[in-house]
Design a binder for this molecule. Structure first.
Ligand SMILES: O=C(O)CCC(=O)C(=O)O
Ligand SMILES: [Fe+2]
Length: 298
């Protein structure tokens, strides 16, 4: 039994099933993600690639514009600017995992990078998925309507609850998952809040059943498109750097209301011939594209 205490709360990190795998355990990786909505894969990429990704995240999101204390910055189409992230598309151990999760014919759907400076507060609980009862108000939500678009994240400093670590709710990817005891969903199910308190998404870590993830640099975190997740405050001593790719199954178009942005076209054109099938139907994102509340019919 493994228990970790953070800010006076004890969290159980052993579950009745395995959720941490070696890269070659492909069938188990697939079934854990399908069954429980997440898993961790140990040491998928080399320390050299971890360093290159860190450098790339820093250059893209920080550059010569230093972070303020507690600041978070997010980039929503990182692959277009990051040769190291693009190199994952021909990294065989990584792509073997991607293929077992999404199927042989997969497409780069969306990518991101995040930096979180020391001092940042909780990241509120949410699902990345746009539930049918919700209204789509921005481009990011537009891309989150298709099932099977899991997220594959590298937390490049590892993840630990003392330093902006990721926490998630196992099994919460199921459509019939109920909010934790004492909580109820916010309208549209994007988050949950304590029963009887305000209806903003909850941003505390006293949620029954939450699992704090403990990983090392080079480990891959997989979570399903609906799995609820939140982030601990950053009480560490270095900037947290992470990046990820979400593929979608298949090679069919994903209709979007924005014209494919120039940076996305340039990225697709620059990708070597052998990787073209992976990006042919990539649509990029216009993060601020106005959406009038209609739903897509992909
Ligand atoms: O910063 C994190 O660890 C989580 C970010 C997140 O929830 C997201 O990008 O959807
Ligand atoms: Fe999220």
């Amino acid at each position: 039994m493994s228990v970790i205490a953070v800010d006076g709360i004890a969290y159980q990190t052993d579950l009745p099933y395995r959720y941490v795998f070696e890269p070659h355990e492909l069938a188990a990786i697939r079934s854990c993600n399908l069954e429980h909505g997440f898993c961790v894969v140990k040491q998928v990429i080399t320390p050299e690639l971890v360093d290159a990704l860190k450098q790339s995240v820093r250059e893209t999101l920080i550059g010569d514009n230093p972070l303020k204390p507690g600041e978070t910055r997010v980039h929503l189409h990182f692959v277009e600017f990051s040769p190291p992230l693009t190199s994952l598309l021909e990294n065989e151990p990584y792509m073997a995992i991607a293929r077992v999760l999404y199927g042989e014919d997969l497409t780069v759907h969306r990518t991101a990078a995040i930096v979180k400076n020391v001092g940042c507060r909780y990241g509120g609980w949410h699902s990345d998925w746009s539930f049918p009862e919700g209204r789509i108000t921005h481009a990011s939500e537009w891309l989150n309507t298709r099932e099977g678009c899991y997220s594959l994240w590298f937390y490049l400093n590892g993840t630990h609850p003392s330093r902006a670590g990721l926490a998630l709710m196992p099994d919460s990817h199921r459509m019939d998952w109920q909010a934790p005891e004492g909580f109820q969903f916010t309208p549209g199910r994007r988050s949950f809040h304590k029963v009887g308190s305000d209806t903003n998404g909850y941003a505390g870590m006293d949620v029954p059943g939450l699992l704090p993830l403990l990983t090392e640099p080079g480990d891959l975190i997989v979570f399903a498109e609906r799995t609820y997740h939140g982030v601990f405050p950053h009480n560490g001593d270095e900037v947290r750097l992470s990046c990820g790719i979400g593929f979608r199954p298949g090679r069919t178009p994903y209709p979007v209301p924005w014209p494919v942005p120039e940076s996305a076209v340039a990225f697709k054109t620059g990708v070597p011939e052998r990787l073209q099938p992976l990006v042919e139907q990539y649509v990029g994102i216009e993060p601020n594209w106005p959406i009038d509340g209609g739903r897509p019919s992909p």
